[in-house]
Structures are given as structure tokens and as C-alpha cells.
Design a protein around this ligand. Structure first.
Ligand code: 1PW
Length: 215
């Protein structure tokens, strides 16, 4: 169909990224990261209006990163690694408390990075789930283990409500637009380790530079 699914759009981007990593070391290309999120946002939007507030925030953060890529300093934002170096070297990050750079690339990507962990946990549950398992439960468990730790009460409440409106497992697999349930599971078997690798590389980079708690 015309609609690019999360799988064909975002996950293949991560595959491309993996290949380039082999050539250039473990660099994460911002263009692919952003394209991956665009695909995911499309998927979220197709899940219905309740997911609107979730996709809206992810979309605005993705847009912030795209704006950096398109700016005169765009080349400094080519990879996550070069962004971190550039913003830190030029003191463009509010490190301890909110200041004059509330939308730095580093803090913006950190939010998406935390959400990526949620996605990884959720997709792994989906991959290993049985026919009558509930997507809402998988989603909630993944959320509670990851992103929820970074969200205040009201957002946790709203997210919890949104999960109820997720389609059941068969419907969800269909929305992913990959093919038969077996094909989705096979695709996830390839994709989840890649997402996990992107997550780990970013986590280690942020840890090394002490950026994991950026306000
Ligand atoms: C079906 C599985 C889908 C997983 C998709 C993950 C999308 C994550 C988006 C969560 C957004 C919740 C509402 C927004 C909260 C923001 O306050 C928060 N943003 C995120 C991405 O966690 C923190 O950003 P802020 O307020 O510090 O700018």
C-alpha cells in the first residue's frame, strides 16, 4: 500500500544505519534516527486520536532535530556523536538546570532516546507474544519498566489511558503492514536487536559525557 509502515520505513533505516556503522565505527546517523522516528510517528497516528498527544511530543522533538540538521551548523549534527561533541564544546547545552538552551539537540534527543527503550521493550514483548496476549498489557509493562520513570503522574495517567485504546494483537500486527503475523515476528527478530544496539550506543555515549539527566 501507499502508507509506509513503521517496519518498512523506520526499521529499514536502522538496518541501513547498522551497515554504515560497520564501515564508520558505531556512529548513529541523525538523518536515519529522525527518519526512524518519522515512521514511528506515522504508525502512532494510525493508532487513533488517543495516541495524538504521544505522537505530538515525539513529532515536535523530531522536528527540533531536523531543524538543527537544516541549520548552518547542519554538518555538526550529522551523527549523534558529532552533535554531542559540537554542543558540549560550544557550551550549547543546559547541563544542570534549565537556562538559555531549553531545546538543545542533546536534551531533545535524550527524550527520544528514553522513548526508544520503551519501543524496544514493547516490540520484544510483541515478538515473543502468544495469539491471545494483549498489546495494551505489553505496552504498559514496557512503559512501566522504562519511560514511566521519567514522566510525572499526569503523563503516566494519560499514557495509561491511551494504552487501553490499542488494537488487539491481530489488529496491531496488521497496522504494522509487514505481512502475515509470522512475517512480522521474523521482521521483529531482526529489528529489535538493531534498535537495542542503537539504544546501547547512545546510552554509553551519554553516560560517558554525563548527559543522562539533562533538564
Ligand atoms: C506502541 C508503542 C509506541 C512507543 C512510542 C514511544 C513514543 C514516546 C512518546 C511519549 C510522549 C508522552 C507525552 C510527552 C511527554 C514529554 O513531557 C516528555 N517526552 C517524552 C518523549 O518522553 C518529556 O519531554 P520534555 O517535557 O522534557 O520536553
Amino acid at each position: 500500500g501507499l502508507l509506509y509502515s513503521f517496519a518498512s520505513f523506520s526499521l529499514q533505516r536502522f538496518l541501513v544505519e547498522k551497515k554504515t556503522q560497520q564501515h564508520y565505527g558505531r556512529e548513529i546517523y541523525m538523518e536515519h534516527y529522525v527518519a526512524g522516528w518519522k515512521g514511528l510517528i506515522k504508525l502512532l497516528n494510525s493508532l487513533g486520536s488517543v495516541f495524538g498527544f504521544i505522537s505530538k511530543d515525539a513529532a515536535s522533538k523530531t522536528q527540533i532535530l531536523m531543524n538543527f540538521l537544516d541549520s548552518k551548523n547542519g554538518s555538526e549534527y550529522a551523527t549523534v556523536q558529532s552533535m554531542v561533541k559540537f554542543e558540549l564544546d560550544n557550551e550549547l547545552v543546559d547541563v544542570n538546570k534549565k537556562g538559555i538552551y531549553p531545546e538543545s539537540g542533546c536534551r531533545t534527543l535524550l527524550r527520544l532516546h528514553r522513548a526508544l527503550r520503551w519501543l524496544e521493550l514493547f516490540l520484544d514483548r510483541l515478538r515473543t507474544s502468544k495469539e491471545d496476549d494483549k498489546t495494551s498489557v505489553m505496552c504498559r509493562e514496557a512503559y512501566n519498566e522504562s519511560l514511566a520513570h521519567h514522566h510525572p503522574f499526569m503523563i503516566r495517567k494519560a499514557a495509561g489511558l491511551a494504552f487501553y485504546s490499542l488494537p488487539g494483537r491481530p489488529g496491531f500486527l496488521e497496522v504494522m503492514n509487514v505481512g502475515s503475523p509470522e512475517q512480522v515476528v521474523a521482521m521483529l527478530g531482526e529489528a529489535v536487536p538493531l534498535i537495542s544496539e542503537v539504544y546501547t550506543i547512545t546510552e554509553e555515549l551519554y553516560q560517558k559525557h554525563n548527559l543522562l539527566d539533562l533538564p
